[in-house]
Write a protein that binds this ligand. Sequence first.
Ligand code: ATP
Length: 425
Amino acid sequence: MPGSSSSSVPYVCQRESKRMATAPSITSPSLHKFVPRISTESMGFLSHAPQSFRASPLSKNLPHLSISRKPLRKPFHVSAVAAPTASVAGFDEMVLGTQRKYYLLGGKGGVGKTSCAASLAVKFANNGHPTLVVSTDPAHSLSDSFAQDLTGGTLVQVEGPDYPLFALEINPEKAREEFRTYSQKNGGTGVKDIMDGMGLGVLVDQLGELKLGELLDTPPPGLDEAIAISKVIQFLESQEYSMFTRIIFDTAPTGHTLRLLSLPDFLDASIGKILKLKQKINSATSAIKSVFGQEENKQQDAADKLEQLRERMVKVRELFRDTDSTEFVIVTIPTVMAVSESSRLHASLKKESVPVKRLIVNQILPPSVSDCKFCAMKRKDQARALEMIQNDPELTGLNLIEAPLVDVEIRGVPALKFMGDIVWK
Ligand SMILES: Nc1ncnc2c1ncn2[C@@H]1O[C@H](COP(=O)(O)OP(=O)(O)OP(=O)(O)O)[C@@H](O)[C@H]1O
């Protein structure tokens, strides 16, 4: 539940515990202190960011970007299972520069995408970047991760980091609402009766074949997220929000991401069909045209709306492919299933020319001198999965980042900072 937070220091291993003993203790962040709420529906939800934040020019917000270099900590040792190619994340490179960068974190369900995304957001904000972290996963868990109520589809400031960190859980339902209304105008049974009476049943069947209503009313998986991402990108294009220099997307599980990338093609096909139908309508007899004209307009409305969506999706796809500003970070865990899925994900992202450089292998068992039988078995399994990564032609070239399994849930800014310092080195 949002509203409470863990107050314990996550246990990692003895070496880490010693280090943590000198680290600031994890305290509950004060909750429910929100920035004014604005509806995302109006596409103006960013326009009421806190005055103090708005008033600060970027240069003021980022006074120490180039000099804020925390010394790199000693790498966390998970040598018992670590793949030899394991390396640091290269946070130095990620933090460099004030040009806006987008990071999309994705992978199989439950592997730790949200924890990694939230910890990266905290780390960026603590290193001088006004940061926005957006969840487009219909099953949000950012609120749980930050231990702060972020529900409601509005921009909320996260308390704790040194520089502004805002979070947003996009409500895909709301983002879709404006499209849904068009489905209701889109050919009902009444129309079919009239058209049948005029011998135009075939055209109506073709209308049905478009499945436009279905598309807008019960969209294919991925469409919600696509609309949500395209909206956020639209907002962020405005001058007012140019101060966000790091934008992190906590995306929905793999399948959605892949469908999202293929959406522009899918929409192209839908729009193509609509235009074809429109031509047929235009060639109908003038007597029928007068009846059909109305329907044609409605189809045109829907087609325009779809065209607009398609254009936005094309923009999203272009952004996803921009190696200068965007990176997709794959998150996985050391299991055969998760690794296999990550391999497929990387292959698909590559096919779509989405830049991927880093692979986080999360929840690796920390070393132990005395494993119980269960742990020993688990460790063997993980070692096998890590070996798989090394031998997988899709994954082997990626920068492998290892993150240990800790013994409590990672919740709240201090815990996320702790995780960020382990993962994003
Ligand atoms: N390294 C870790 N050690 C211990 N627990 C972890 C670690 N990483 C993530 N977790 C826990 O695993 C659970 C799932 O993590 P998280 O919500 O980040 O995954 P997700 O991939 O975003 O899930 P979903 O696909 O459901 O959105 C959470 O309870 C989180 O605290």
